[in-house]
Structure formats: C-alpha cells, structure tokens
Design a protein around this ligand. Structure first.
Ligand SMILES: [Zn+2]
Ligand SMILES: [Zn+2]
Length: 267
C-alpha cells in the first residue's frame, strides 16, 4: 500500500485516515482518482479544498465509521465503489461485531483499491448477477461457526477473523530513528500520526524518538527492542522504494540478517 499525502499541507496520511494529523482537515478517498483529498463541509456535502468543482458525500458506511470513501454529491448510489459490493453485514448494534466489521472493512477496502489499480474487472452482483463480486460478513451464531471462503464471486468472511495481532499486545511502542519534525511528512511530532492511527483502532501506542548516534538504523532498532523487552518487531518497508533497498541494502536487509527478536514485515 502506498502512502498518501494531505493535499492541504503535504503531511503523510494513511489510506484509512479520517482527518489529517497535521492540519486537521477532514479527509476522504476519491476512488476514481485514487487520491486522498482534504475537504471543507458544505451543508450535507463536502467540497474538495482548492477544487470547487468537486462536491462529494461520504459513503453511507461512514456513519458507522466503517468507510472513508467518497461518492459524487447527488449520486443515486449512497454506497461507495467498495461498499456497494457488500451483501450481508453483521448486526451493528453489537459493539464487538461493529469493531470486527470495521477492521475487515479496512482490509476489504485495500483489496478493492488494489483491484482498481490493476484494472481488474470489478462488477457488483447487481451489475452481473452471475459473477459479480459480493461479500457476506457473517458472525458465528452459537454452535454454528462461519468459515471464510469464496465461490464464483461470492466471498464469505467470518467476523472472527478480524482479530488483529497488535490487539493482543500488552504494549505497542512506535520507534522512529533519527526522525526530525516535518522530515518525510512526519509532521511536528515524528511517529505521532502512526500512534494516532493505532489509537483509532483501539490500540494505545507510545512513541519513542531514538537517535542512532554512531549505530546503524538496524542496530538502533534492535537495541531499542531489547531494552523494551519486545516480543515482536513490526516493520513497514513502504517508506523506501524496492530499488533503493536493492541498491543500498538498507536497514530492512540488515535487520533481517541480524534480528534477535521475531520480525514481521508489513507492506
Ligand atoms: Zn493536512
Ligand atoms: Zn464505502
């Protein structure tokens, strides 16, 4: 998943961001342009900052904070290009199911984003009753356990699969190495937007800004992980291009070679 920028202030934001952590603007994803846009409210609708011709509404699933995609204002379809593939959704009056559904919606939105980027055919069940893509999100009912599976465009997802590895963590620490305010879109407090993103998912995280000094970035991460008595290091490699990693080696490769704690690479 690539990183996005808030076009109002150039701060880095995430695909799931609802607001910019730097300038505070409400953000929405425009699927046909594959961009995040900063918005200003206008009645029930939202206008793209600096592009007055574009007026949007949020997808109907934004009401339950399960979606941040936009639909053109006045469109007949209240659901966005990702959510109109939903068949069955769980009973949202149950807070645990609502939370699990939001997590799976994040993953489904990433899938639809990728299918759009690869220009793969993407028809709803209404458009193609035989092969259109439709998701059923089902919760276990008593003894009846739901299995995740797919059949001819019908995808069934068990809500029980929404458990997130980070949610089982006693403590999550976001470590930045030699990060300076504003560098690479860090904003005023490096790491704060990642911590905010985790908080939105109910995962309390604390930020530690570490200076590498004479150490390599990889060694600084490993020593910090040891000092924190960490069981797992989760590393996102998306800030560096693959080519750059190949040419320069990079902290990722050094970490993989020398890791003293289990590593989870997240791209
Ligand atoms: Zn911003
Ligand atoms: Zn939606």
């Amino acid at each position: 998943m690539r990183l996005f920028v808030c076009h109002a202030c150039d701060n880095i934001v995430y695909f799931e961001s609802r607001n910019c952590g730097h300038c505070g603007h409400r953000l929405g994803y425009v699927p046909d342009q594959q961009v995040m846009r900063a918005l200003t409210p206008e009645g029930e609708c939202w206008r793209v900052l600096g592009d007055p011709a574009r007026l949007y509404s949020f997808c109907a699933n934004a009401r339950t904070d399960a979606c941040n995609w936009l639909v053109p204002a006045g469109a007949a379809e209240a659901l966005c290009a990702a959510c109109r593939h939903n068949g069955t959704i769980p009973d949202l009056s149950d807070p645990a199911r609502l939370k699990a559904w939001r997590d799976i919606e994040d993953a489904k939105h990433r899938l639809i984003y990728s299918l759009m980027r690869w220009r793969l055919p993407l028809q709803t069940r209404a458009e193609d009753p035989e092969h259109g893509l439709i998701f059923h999100f089902l919760a276990d009912e008593g003894e009846r356990k739901v299995m995740t599976g797919h059949d001819n465009g019908v995808i069934t997802i068990a809500l029980s699969e929404a458990d997130d590895i980070l949610e089982f963590s006693e403590k999550v620490t976001v470590i930045t190495i030699d990060a300076k305010p504003k560098m690479f879109g860090h904003g005023d407090q490096p790491g704060a937007n990642i911590a905010g993103h985790l908080k939105r998912r109910g995962i309390p995280a604390e930020v530690r800004n570490v200076e590498s000094g004479a150490r390599s970035a990889a060694l600084a991460i490993l020593e910090e992980a040891k000092a924190l008595d960490a069981d797992l290091v989760v590393m996102g490699g998306y800030a560096h291009s693959r080519l750059r990693e190949l040419v320069f080696g990079g902290a990722t490769r050094e970490l993989l070679r020398n890791a003293t704690v289990p590593l989870l690479m997240a791209h």
